[in-house]
Design a protein around this ligand. Structure first.
Ligand code: HSC
Ligand code: NAD
Length: 694
């Protein structure tokens, strides 16, 4: 086999020039791949022995896109467009044979080929939008010419993958094959034998006709995706590129796509989203627990508590195929918990994601019981009882006595001291926190709480398990609230202060919404329940405004009112004069002189304490790296991903500016709350940001 570059080989086999790409792990279109592919296609085209050209990839996948690490750096090597030109313009048929994930620039290469085949497990997509960019190598102009405008918009604006059947039905591929190489070869030969034309997608305009007859199509699409795309720039640019397919020539459309791509790729939002892509992958790595650390097989799971979290967490395992034994304190709670789980699955049936038979199979993996002894043979037991230290210690003492040796004991506590919980067992090295977020069957974040004595084997096991469940694991040390809730608390403190000093809850919520969160802190309290931690018997409504709201039965969305009023069916939120009155009353009682607070100040007072707390979390070694904090906030609390996360955002503002503001607020409020973290002082003194800590 002749090596063209260290990533691309060319060999003539049976009259076909076979070009093999080998750039692990995902065959990204790195410089070596582009250079190699370009030269290989030119050579193959000029080689009289070859009647056709076949592009095939080694390893687990066809090209999964451009090399994201190259964005934002000076361009080197052959441009991708030149590679595509030689493929599309070749004088003999070029066929791609596809497996794994054919994504982004990979799919853009594939659809420049004259023919494509794939094995049945292959998947296809344009995920660029998730990186804040658009398919920049002709994807926006070619895809609508293959699958039509509507489906192209769906695929590129959502960025999700489609399967091989969809690809076949919609012309993305020409045939399904059983064997990647043999199937590709057979197609290449068939095209030659049958003298089939060299199909160039750029010339095919038929699929655009339907959209031309439907002038409102784009307007409808924009309206439909508006809520999900709010704040992002790439979706609108993609839509505009697709609009161009109807009104411009192919070449002019390509020019528009390139111009818009450049604007996006050079913008801060895409930089944030690309940073986040790698941050999420980095979070799964623990420096002192190397890849290859032995893990404990987890075949059977025990769950203590079938409440909101116990049920939701169990669903993750059941859906993935792992049997769960779930223990409750009494029959009523057990029945209720199981009913909720079943109902949640049935919602999936309504949406067409599951069949009732699937639900029976999944629920059949569940063993409900009132006897804790039944989890004795589980490999992992997760406790999700009430957030009460004495109760948790009692449960762990029992578990330690009955669960088999070598099994992992985990708690879903939202912030209790896991070292103390571990200390009641004789196996503290097997104890850790698995902090799932609610709703646990949906939220992807999993804070994996590493206690003082948790073994590396247990950490490696749970990190791998998280991925098996489709979660994004982030390691946190033990501290009240761990990474996420500890930072949330700081925002909450300032949000309340703001309303006592001059703002209204809806002012604060509007600013945080405009920043990009789906809701502000007060709307979030309403959603979670104003009564979290409230106890009617010890209510202190004269001093605590949350208690006061609870006393008025304004306990949040579940009672139809909280900080806001909620429409019983639509849950539409409206403001409430009584709440305004309460806020003013509390202000007065606290002796505050209310003042007009600007939106800028609201934002800074809510966000900068989060950054400061993040820095403290880093200093204390609670988080392994700044980007882990960002992953927690993007995944667990819906921080807008196009702002990277609180630590990334701090760097974009400028850490020196953040520090100056922390000091200014400290002086203004005369409050140690604002004491800047020494880490921030140090980084600023060194002219660095959080990004330089990686
Ligand atoms: C694109 O293609 C733009 C085009 O329109 C071209 C535009 C050209 C315009 C030019 C103008 C001048 N690059 O996820 P995993 C690494 S944009 C670099 O754990 P999985 C990843 O970091 C791209 N690295 O694996 C990790 O590294 P680590 C469009 C990439 O099996 C390792 O590979 N494509 C990379 O769970 C394994 O990754 C995408 O957005 C890349 N493209 O999932 C696809 N992709 O081991 C992005 C991965 O050091 N990738 N890595 O941690 C994915 O979605 C997933 O990685 C897969 C595999 C589904 C491919
Ligand atoms: P929940 O009140 O909905 O459920 C707790 C369940 O535990 C109840 O059904 C109760 O009957 C059961 N229980 C109590 N003692 C038991 C015992 N000895 N044996 C078996 N079952 C027992 O509470 P939840 O919201 O599911 O919270 C559970 C844990 O998860 C808490 O530690 C909480 O802090 C944490 N958490 C909650 C959320 C959330 O949003 N709800 C998010 C993350 C973490």
């Amino acid at each position: 086999m002749a090596a063209i570059t260290d990533m691309v080989d060319l060999e003539i086999q049976d009259g076909v020039a076979v070009i093999r790409i080998d750039n692990p792990p995902v065959n990204a279109l790195s410089e070596g791949v582009r250079n190699g592919l370009h030269e290989a296609v030119l050579k193959a085209d000029a080689d009289d022995e070859a009647e056709a050209i076949l592009i095939i990839c080694e390893g687990r996948t066809y090209i999964a896109g451009a090399d994201i690490r190259e964005f934002g750096k000076p361009h080197r090597g052959v441009p991708l467009f030149d590679v595509q030109d030689v493929i599309e313009g070749a004088s003999k048929p070029v066929v791609s044979t596809i497996h794994g994930t054919c994504l982004g620039g990979g799919l853009e290469v594939a659809i420049c080929c004259h023919y494509r085949v794939a094995i049945s497990t292959a998947r296809f997509g344009f995920p660029e939008v998730k990186l804040g960019i658009l398919p920049g190598a002709g994807g926006t102009q070619r895809l609508p010419r293959i699958v039509g405008v509507k489906k192209a918009l769906e695929m590129m604006v959502k960025g999700d993958m489609v399967d091989a059947n969809f690809a076949l039905e919609n012309g993305l591929i020409d045939a399904l094959v059983d064997d990647l190489y043999e199937g590709g070869m057979a197609m290449a030969k068939k095209v030659v034998e049958e003298g089939r034309p060299l199909i160039k997608v750029r010339d095919a305009n038929d699929k655009l006709e339907d959209a031309k007859k439907d002038p409102k199509l784009f307007h409808r699409f924009r309206r439909r995706v508006a809520r999900k795309t709010r704040g992002f720039d790439a979706p609108e640019s993609i839509i505009q590129c697709v609009e161009d397919t109807l009104i411009k020539s192919f070449d002019d459309g390509i020019q528009g796509e390139r111009d818009r791509f450049q604007v996006l790729v050079n913008g801060i939002k895409s930089e944030a989203q690309r940073y986040y892509f790698f941050a999420e992958r980095q979070a799964g790595k623990i420096p002192d627990v190397p890849k290859g650390t032995a893990t404990i097989p987890i075949g059977k799971v025990g769950m203590i508590g079938a409440g909101t979290m116990g049920g939701g967490i169990s669903m993750n395992f059941l859906s993935e195929g792992t049997p769960v034994t779930i223990v409750e304190a009494n029959r009523e709670a057990l029945d209720r918990g199981i009913e909720v789980m079943r109902k949640n699955y049935l919602r999936g049936v309504k949406r067409g994601r599951l069949t009732e038979a699937d639900v029976d199979v999944i629920m059949g993996r569940l063993t409900p019981t009132l006897s804790i002894e039944d989890v004795a043979d589980c490999d992992l037991v997760i406790e999700a009882v009430f957030e009460n230290m004495d109760l948790k210690k009692e449960v762990f003492t029992k578990l330690d006595a009955i669960v088999k040796e070598g099994a992992i004991l985990a708690t879903n506590s939202s912030g209790l001291d896991i070292n103390s919980i571990a200390a009641v067992t004789k196996r503290p090295e097997m104890v850790l926190g698995t902090h799932f977020f609610s709703p646990a069957n949906i939220m992807r974040l999993l804070e994996v709480i590493r206690a003082e004595k948790t073994s590396k084997k247990v950490m490696a096991t749970v990190m791998a398990l998280a991925k098996r469940l489709g979660k994004v694991p982030v390691v946190s040390g033990v501290c009240p609230g761990f990474i996420g809730n500890r930072i949330l608390r700081q925002r909450g403190v300032q949000a309340l202060k703001l309303i006592f000093e001059g703002s209204m809850p809806w002012d604060v919520d509007r600013v945080i919404f405009d920043f990009g969160f789906p809701m502000g802190p007060f709307a979030m309290v309403d959603l979670a329940g104003v009564d979290i931690g409230w106890d009617a018997e010890n209510s202190q409504g004269d001093k605590n405004i949350h208690h006061r709201l609870c006393e008025l039965d304004r306990r949040g969305q579940k009672t139809g009112k909280g900080w806001y009023n909620y429409h019983p069916e639509t849950r539409f939120r409206t403001t409430e004069p009584l709440v305004e009155k309460l806020v003013l009353e509390f202000s007065e009682k606290m002796g505050k002189t209310r003042r007009k607070i600007s939106d800028e100040e609201i934002l800074q007072r809510c966000i900068y304490p989060m950054i400061n707390e993040g820095a403290k979390i880093l200093e204390e070694g609670i988080s392994q790296r700044p980007s882990d904090i960002d992953v927690v906030w993007v995944n667990g609390y819906a921080w807008p991903v196009y702002r990277g996360g609180p630590m990334f955002y701090a760097d974009t503002v400028g850490l020196d500016k953040v520090l100056a503001k922390l000091k200014a607020f400290q002086e203004q409020d005369n409050d140690d709350f604002w004491q800047p973290a020494p880490l921030i002082e140090k980084l600023v003194a060194e002219g660095k940001g959080f990004k330089d800590m990686a």
